[in-house]
Design a protein around this ligand. Structure first.
Ligand SMILES: [Ca+2]
Ligand SMILES: [Ca+2]
Ligand SMILES: [Ca+2]
Length: 315
């Protein structure tokens, strides 16, 4: 196991060797709103607050600096709520590089419940280098939780840590409540059991931070068909494809032109009555079952499928 971990630092080689490394994981997109608590009071100087969010802002010029702790306090922590339970396997930290305030040791804890938390150690690390502001990565652990606590248990000079950046690596996807993850497309999907127009559906997806679903290939299309039929196999479900801008020129809702994959139903798209511009699935119960139809955008009796990125992941 140790050898695998060693090789894992060489990225590509590792990915040839072990299944955990098939490129499914990713460094999470940091979010300052993850910070829900931290030790002491942050330093405020010249109108700048050196709060814990400074360690999650993606900026190596800003750092967390807590004021009211003494030397060798050794219990400086940041509590994070990463919004969904994710499976973390690596952590990276950047320090200030001045040695005195550089982290020497830390532990990472997780809690399965929100406040009041129930912290359990996931990993302890005591070989963090001082005197450098370079990013240092640490692996060899695995834990799944929504709540995490990063605890600095020692610094090289005993003084409070100047933590510049903290990064987390996850191998599991996380989806907003009610959404289902689809590995192939690396997207989260939800078939809504509500009826509305095309614009209504776009708005509803947008509320969740997403768009109407985009089944660009057969694998994703089959996944969505199962998903919608699980919700209602008599309903028509909208997805994100229209020819509203130019008749007959079908565009996905992310402005990518429709490619060769286009499983329209028999005699579709027919632009019925000259104004069918929004794509939808025929119901499972229809004779053209589960194929695509061009329908009226304004019809309010259609259900719909939304898609989102995985929580916390870069695109
Ligand atoms: Ca920063
Ligand atoms: Ca049309
Ligand atoms: Ca039609």
């Amino acid at each position: 196991m140790f050898v695998w971990r060693l090789l894992c630092t060489v990225g590509t080689i590792c990915c040839l060797l072990i299944t955990n490394c098939r490129g499914e994981g990713a460094w999470l997109r940091q979010d300052t709103s993850w910070v829900v608590n931290s030790t002491g009071t942050p330093r405020v100087s010249n109108g700048v607050t050196y709060d814990a969010a400074k360690a999650l802002d993606g900026d190596t010029n800003t750092y967390w600096n807590v004021m009211d702790t003494w030397r060798n306090y050794n219990n400086w922590y940041i509590v994070l709520d990463i919004a969904a339970p994710l499976n973390l396997t690596r952590i990276a930290a950047n320090c200030n590089g001045d040695t005195n305030h550089d982290i020497a040791a830390f532990k990472l804890q997780s809690s399965q419940v929100g406040s009041p938390y129930s912290w359990e150690d996931v990993v302890s690390v005591d070989n963090v280098q001082g005197g450098t502001d370079q990013r240092q990565e640490f692996g060899g652990f695995q834990g799944t939780a929504r709540y995490w606590r990063f605890v600095v248990t020692r610094t090289h000079g005993g003084w409070q840590p100047y933590l510049t950046e903290l990064n987390l690596y996850s191998i599991s996807p996380g989806c907003l409540n009610g959404y289902v993850f689809h590995q192939h497309s690396r997207r989260c999907f939800k078939a809504f059991n509500d009826r509305t127009t095309y614009n209504g559906a776009v708005s509803r997806c947008s509320l969740d931070g997403g768009t109407l679903a985009i089944p660009r290939d057969n694998t994703t299309n089959e996944f969505l068909i199962d998903l919608k039929n699980g919700v209602d196999n008599n309903a028509w479900f909208r997805f994100g494809l229209t020819d509203v801008h130019q008749e007959g020129v079908w565009m996905w809702d992310d402005n990518v032109p429709l490619g060769d994959f286009r499983p329209w139903g028999p005699e579709e798209p027919n632009n019925g009555n000259g104004n069918e511009d929004c794509a939808e699935y025929f119901p499972e119960s229809h004779s053209k079952k589960n194929t695509w139809n061009d329908g009226l955008c304004t019809k309010a009796d259609r259900k719909f499928i939304c898609q989102l990125s995985q929580l916390g992941f870069w695109e």
